[in-house]
Design a protein around this ligand. Sequence first.
Ligand code: NDP
Length: 306
Amino acid sequence: MREVVVIGSGCAGLTAAIYAARAKLSPLVIRGHEAGGQLSLTTAVENYPGFPKGVQGPELVEMMEKQAAEFGAEYMEGDVTRAGLSTRPFTLEVGKERIETRALIIASGASAKLLGLESERRLLGHGVSTCATCDGYFFRGKDVAVVGGGDTAAEEALFLTRYANRVSLIHRRDHLRASKIMADRLLRNEKIKPVFDSVVTTVLDPEKNEVTGVGLRNVKTAEETFYPCDGLFIGIGHSPNTALFRGQLEMDDVGYLKTSNGSKTNIPGVFAAGDVQDRSYRQAVTAAGSGCMAAIDAERFLEAEN
Ligand code: NDP
C-alpha cells in the first residue's frame, strides 16, 4: 500500500511530489494523458519567479519532475480509470493495475474546452487544434484563426505569428478579456487581425477532411459570413478533469473540486491542488503553491493517524 498517490503531473502534482518525497512518503505520481499538464503545451513562461529571462514551459516541468525523482518520487504512465474513495485505503485503477493508498492528492488539472460543433469535432486533428505550441508548425505561411478573447487565445495567437502568414482572432465580444500586457501585445502585432462580435457557427470542410474556413455570425447584426482560413485554434479556456470523482467529492457548478482549510476536500485524506480546484487564478505559480499545500496537508494527516 502507498502512503501518498498524486494524480496528475503538471506543476501542482509535481510540486506535491517534491514535498511528499522530501517528507519520505515515496509518492507515486500517475502522469495522466496530458503528462506535464498545461506547462508542457506552452512556450516561454515569463511570470514564474526566479527566471528573469523567462523559461520554456516544458523545460520547467521537466526540472520539477527530476527534482521530485531526486528525492524518491516514482512515476507511472496512464490514466486513472476508477477511483474508490468511500473506504480507506483509497483504491485507484490504472488500466489493469490496482493501487491502494492511505492519502490521495488530486492534481488532474483542466483540459481545453471546445465550441461543441459537430464540424469542429470531425476536424479535430485535421486543421482544428487546441494547442498552438503542438500544431502551429504545421501552418507555416498559412492563414489561421484563433477563437477566444482571454489570455489563452492571446497566447495562442501570438505564438502562431511565428509560423502563420495571418492570424485572425475571432471573439464574441468587442473587447478582450485577456490581461492588459497580452492584449496590448496582441493588438500591436501586425500579423494579427481581430474579428470582434463574432461567433463560429461551423467549420468547413469535414467532407475534405481539412479546414478551408469558418462560418461566422455577427452577434450584433446577425450577418452570416464565410471566413477562409487553413486552420482553427480553439482558445476558449479549460474545464476541470473531475468526472472520476463525481458523486464522491464536492464540486462547484462547473465541476471544479471544492477545497477548504488549505487543500482539504470533503473526504478526509483526499486533497486537491492546482487547476482542478482553482477557477480563478490558474497560474503555474499558484498551482505549484497549492501542490505544496496539499503535500503538507497529506503529511500532517498521515502523521496524525500514526
Ligand atoms: P478565460 O475564461 O479567461 O477566457 C476564455 C475566453 O473564451 C473568453 O474571452 C470567452 O468569451 C471565450 N469563450 C468561452 N467560451 C466560448 C465559446 N463557447 N464560444 C466563443 N468564445 C468563448 O480563459 P483563459 O483560458 O483564456 O484564461 C484562464 C486563466 O488562465 C486566466 O486567469 C488567465 O489569465 C490565465 N492564463 C494566463 C496565461 C499567461 O499568463 N501567460 C496564459 C493562459 C491563461 P467572453 O469574454 O465572452 O467570456
